[in-house]
Design a protein around this ligand. Sequence first.
Ligand SMILES: O=P(O)(O)OC[C@H]1O[C@](O)(COP(=O)(O)O)[C@@H](O)[C@@H]1O
Ligand SMILES: [Mg+2]
Ligand SMILES: [Mg+2]
Length: 335
Amino acid sequence: MHRKNTTLGEFIIENQTSFQYSSGELSKLINAIRLAAKVVNHEVNKAGLVDIIGAAGDTNIQGEDQQKLDVLANEKFIQTLINREIVCGIASEEEDDFISINSSDNQHQNKYIVLIDPLDGSSNIDVNVSVGTIFSIYRRVTPIGTPVALEDFLQPGRAQIAAGYIVYGTSTMLVYTTGDGVNGFTLNPALGTFYLSHPNMEFPETGKIYSVNEGNYVHFPQGVKDYIKYCQKEEGDRPYTSRYIGSLVSDFHRNMIKGGIYLYPKSSVAAEGKLRLLYECNPMAFIAEQAKGKASNGFGAIMDIKPTELHQRVPFFCGSKKMVEKAEEFMQATK
Ligand SMILES: O=P(O)(O)OC[C@H]1O[C@](O)(COP(=O)(O)O)[C@@H](O)[C@@H]1O
Ligand SMILES: [Mg+2]
Ligand SMILES: [Mg+2]
């Protein structure tokens, strides 16, 4: 049982055995993310005061208008990870292609791949609603001593060695897994220290909250429409409550604590849905499964999907196990 109020630094050292590779390297990786998270948190908290809200003027490879905070968060995470000298490649929602990073001896000795969604929930930045950051970590598959390659990034989610998110909400929390359960740390802003506040986080097996953008209802597949009607029907412990923040990290976090399901299905206007497999769905799926929840594309586990592109999208059903299974039933029934 983890000791509450352990600092994140202490926790990494005390739990090094759960990490299959050298703990020192994990410390460096998580510490890099902790550092960048604090910098971004500082910017997010004063978003209304300084010229950090609004569009940056460019679009990313997905055709989305980059927000100034998307760009800032992207720079901070990338720079902090590069400085740690163990990351050989980074892919980001805000970068068209992956970034190859050589070790200082020019011998390509670095071993880790990091994929990030630097700022999740961008549409909420300007309106003071909680946003997040998502990260996914792999060990490279190409030989050490050679430059990193696309295949290092296109690994199935099952190969992740760590994943997590930061939620910049009423408090700032870092939640992560290395494959040995999920733990949440809350930032004490006065001390700038993350403390273990939510040890061994787990999704309740079922819940009463469903999170989906119902504004897209008419475009949804029949299975999704039927599942939403099921959630709204007056029967048994239903109707469920509809809650949709519009920030994946925040909707996921609430549902993990209270019990619930988040859906971003495919639709007639989005053939594969909206969310990106590599730096949104895979890391959230790793956390969900480690927290006894479930993550599916409506028909099978997200983490079994073999990626083919850096920015590919997938339909996403994620949350309490029984609720995702019920949604899959409706999808199967109308396949
Ligand atoms: O506005 P929509 O279509 O409901 O989409 C909201 C979803 O899109 C996202 O904002 C996509 O993430 P980004 O903000 O990182 O692009 C999710 O966080 C959120 O759940
Ligand atoms: Mg996102
Ligand atoms: Mg984003």
